[in-house]
Ligand binder design. Structure first.
Ligand SMILES: [Zn+2]
Length: 178
């Protein structure tokens, strides 16, 4: 059985062999993503796939466990809207999010997982530790955090940026705006 690293490198060889040379040459000069998406690091929630795009150059993707608008995520989003002029920021939570479920379950979170749980805890509490409700509540909380960014807020007032929240269904593949 190929090791994970072999699998990654083999995948890249196939990608290079089948790449869209014209698109890659264009993208090597710059990017103009049509949206920025803050979503979970979960392997089942890849924006490049679930939004039906061609993959490269379309969506500026920021990911971490629990789709948390922490300072680094906010800095990344600010870069996307200010420098790349992305007109939309979508915060995308998902069904059965492990980070949200762990927070709702309580208990000890070791090492840096504690930071994830700490960020989600207020939303989980507000949702009575009900996972589906907490997923939505966490999206609302992170949307508010994005809107509080001075750069995002300024561009929103100028009508240049919209910030929305949504939840992705693992089972159906549907994205529901909230
Ligand atoms: Zn998740």
């Amino acid at each position: 059985m190929a090791s994970s690293l072999d699998r990654l490198m083999e995948g890249n060889r196939k990608f290079v062999a089948g790449k869209n040379t014209e698109l890659m040459a264009k993208l090597a000069k710059g990017q103009q993503p049509y949206a920025a998406v803050l979503t979970c690091a979960d392997s089942r929630v890849s924006p490049e796939i679930i939004f039906g795009g061609k993959g490269l150059g379309e969506i500026f993707v920021v990911r971490n466990a629990g789709n948390i608008a922490d300072p680094i995520a906010l800095g990344s989003i600010e870069y996307a809207v200010e420098h790349l002029h992305a007109p939309l920021v979508l915060v995308l939570g998902h069904e059965s999010c492990g980070a949200v479920a762990a927070t709702c379950a309580g208990g000890h979170a070791p090492s840096h997982i504690a930071a994830v749980v700490k960020a989600i805890a207020p939303s989980a509490q507000k949702a009575g530790n009900n996972v589906p409700k907490a997923v939505e509540e966490n999206v609302r909380t992170q949307v508010e955090a994005v809107k509080k960014s001075p750069i995002v807020s300024h561009l929103m007032h100028e009508g240049k940026v919209e910030v929305r929240g949504a939840v992705y269904s693992l089972a159906t593949g549907e994205v529901k705006l909230i």
